[in-house]
Ligand binder design. Structure first.
Ligand code: ZN
Length: 267
């Protein structure tokens, strides 16, 4: 029996001289491991569509306990991402999150489309890595039913207040009166929001998915947003991500290099 799925190649492992195993992330079946015979040959008919970060249609059959690729057709190959270490690390992070959380059903379809859209902008380079990272982290949680409570202060429902705090571990907002009234203090998990960042958090969670990436943010706001979305996703999923650690290491090295300021290579 032939099974056809649409999915993204998220890992490849060599097998012998010309074959390989690929892991495909799909909305319907989660991650599927398929053996692709001859796919490593340059002239192999499945060569392009079975490479890392290829999104396509895969038709396979089951023999014994394994799935074998019959034919495939690339829809979009995010080739450019593989040429940039920072982008690749971020893509791996998005994939690690998706793999961990996506099961099946409508939320998997929405999460998958978020992943593909994020890879699209990452590949095009029209949005910064930091921007895409924070949008992905927060919207992904919203898609799988872990949206924080952002309508207003949890205690008085005030939509906007002079002072407003986001409590990472409680997933909610508190106005200044209720924040201090309950004896809370500002710290790394009790974060004071600016109006811009509050609006942005709401926008990321609630906007139509076709408009999700259509906003701009200043550098200060982007930094605050990034801090919040990263802490929030790590707290909600209660785990760390190897690819995130690697991504952050690359960013650090990049900053050290820029601070060093001796770039003589004027390309
Ligand atoms: Zn309040």
């Amino acid at each position: 029996m032939l099974i056809t799925v649409t999915g993204l190649v998220i890992a490849e492992r060599s097998l012998g001289e010309s074959d390989k195993f690929i892991d495909i992330l799909t909305a319907e079946y989660g991650v599927v491991e398929i053996c692709a015979k001859g796919a490593r040959k340059i002239t192999g008919k499945n060569n392009a569509s079975t490479q890392l970060l290829s999104y396509g249609k895969f038709c396979f059959s089951k023999r014994g306990e394994r799935f074998y690729l019959n034919s495939s057709e690339p829809i979009r190959v995010f080739y450019e991402i593989r040429l940039d270490m920072k982008k690749l690390a971020l893509a791996e992070y998005f994939i690690e999150i998706s793999k961990y959380c996506v099961t099946t059903g409508q939320s998997a379809k929405d999460a998958m489309s978020l992943l593909l859209n994020s890879l699209h902008f990452l590949s095009e380079g029209t949005r910064s890595c930091e921007f895409l990272k924070s949008v992905f982290e927060l919207r992904f949680l919203a898609e799988i039913g872990m949206m924080p409570q952002l309508i207003g202060c949890r205690d008085c429902y005030k939509y906007e207040a002079e002072e407003i705090f986001f409590l990472i571990e409680r997933c909610c907002l508190l106005c200044g009166d209720h924040f201090y009234g309950r004896g809370f203090e500002e710290n790394e998990y009790h974060i004071r929001l600016t109006k811009t960042v509050l609006h942005t958090l709401r926008y990321i969670c609630l906007s139509d998915k076709n408009k999700l990436f259509n906003f701009k943010l200043g550098e200060q706001s982007q930094m605050l947003l990034n801090e919040i979305t990263e802490k929030y996703i790590l707290a909600r999923l209660s785990r760390s991500f190897k690819a995130l650690d690697f991504y952050k290491k690359i960013c650090e090295d990049e900053n050290t290099y820029l601070d060093g300021g001796t770039n003589e290579n004027n390309e």
